[in-house]
Design a protein around this ligand. Structure first.
Ligand code: P6P
Length: 337
């Protein structure tokens, strides 16, 4: 067991690296610290979920028409509260909220520079079966005039405009992984001390990927190009067949592929469906991290981070992971679809 006091804490890392952040007046550091606090609060609840009446349905549905799990509602409330209290953001959007939330600074104006988009508890259907779940966050600088009320356009920026993005994975241990555009770093929570330690410096996809992650139950609905790529992954040839691994929790599948090498796929299901994942608070932050970790993130025919969002909860296909795996998939789609 590594002696944690030899590793930097998240707080030390943020402080030491805030100068590298082009806009930093310390606000982004305060923002990441707010996310850290909300992560600890949520982690505490997720870890004891089996012991208190917080599992299962909250009895209502979210904007997506999906059953809200009680922990979804809890995590959503805590992240919004924590972000609001720190007086750093001018607006928040969440998978669990139909519209964005305007946040006024103490003087009643919208002087703050940042907007945050969150999926407060992604993969929540795994909660009741004790599989890992995660929080995903995406941070932009506002484009509307400072001092004016935050606008929808602030939340509908292409993913390439993100100034930071990351996730917290509540699994066998709790890890916060994020980037501010200078590479990807992971911090593991020492629950006894309530401190995140720098456990995964400069995270990058391994040179070679040999895992593919997709819900093969949807195979019949995939396009011919995606089907052909899946058969390619399964073929006995060269470094293949690849291993198929799918937890059904984007953060968990992504995290495993980032460490071991692989591709995560959530294709369109049928010609009309755009995909299941939401572009602004799932695809974009994971795509930002992917590219910062030397990988590639695609819609199947183009870069995720170039997509111009039209609505807050719009869906998009997502293929992300080792660059050569994503490029191979794109080639099959270009040839076949
Ligand atoms: P399916 C969870 O609901 C989620 O948004 C992602 O975390 C996960 O990868 C995907 O959907 C699972 O969807 O249709 O395979 O159950």
């Amino acid at each position: 067991m590594t002696n944690t006091n030899q590793k930097k804490t998240l707080g030390e890392f943020i402080f030491e690296n805030q100068a590298a952040f082009p806009y930093s007046t310390g606000e982004l550091s305060k923002l990441i610290n707010a996310i850290r606090l909300a992560a600890k609060i949520t982690n505490h609840e997720v870890n004891k979920a089996g012991l208190v009446d917080i599992l299962g349905d909250a009895g209502n549905t979210n904007i997506q028409g999906e059953n809200q799990q009680k922990l979804d509602v809890y995590a959503n409330t805590k992240f919004i509260q924590t972000l609001k209290q720190r007086g750093i953001v001018c607006g928040i959007a969440s998978e669990e909220e139909e519209d964005f939330i305007a946040v006024n600074s103490q003087d009643g104006k919208n002087n703050n520079q940042y907007v945050v988009l969150i999926d407060p508890l992604d993969g929540s259907s795994n909660i009741d079966v004790n599989a890992s779940v995660g929080t995903i966050f995406s941070i932009y600088r506002r484009i509307s005039a400072v001092g004016q009320p935050v606008q929808l356009e602030d939340f509908l920026q292409p993913g390439k405009n993100q100034v930071a993005a990351g996730y917290i994975m509540y699994g066998t241990s709790t890890i916060l992984v994020y980037s501010t555009g200078n590479g990807v770093n992971g911090f593991t929570l020492n629950p006894a001390l309530g401190t995140f330690y720098h456990s995964h410096p400069n995270m990058r996809f391994p040179e070679q990927g040999n895992i593919y992650s997709v819900n093969e139950g949807n195979y019949v609905h995939f396009s011919d190009g995606v089907k052909k790529y899946i058969k390619y992954c399964q073929k006995e040839e060269g470094d293949r067949p690849y291993s198929s691994r799918y937890i059904g929790s984007l953060v968990s599948d992504f995290h495993r592929n980032l460490i071991k090498g692989g591709i995560y796929m959530y294709p369109r299901i049928g010609p009309t469906q755009k995909g299941k994942l939401r572009l602004t608070y799932e695809c974009n932050p994971m795509a930002f991290l992917t590219e910062q970790a030397n990988g590639a993130a695609s819609t199947g025919s183009g870069r995720i981070l170039d997509v111009e969002p039209k609505t807050l909860h719009q869906r998009e296909a997502l293929f992300c992971g080792n660059t050569e795996m994503v490029k191979k998939l794109e080639a099959f789609i270009a040839e076949k679809d």
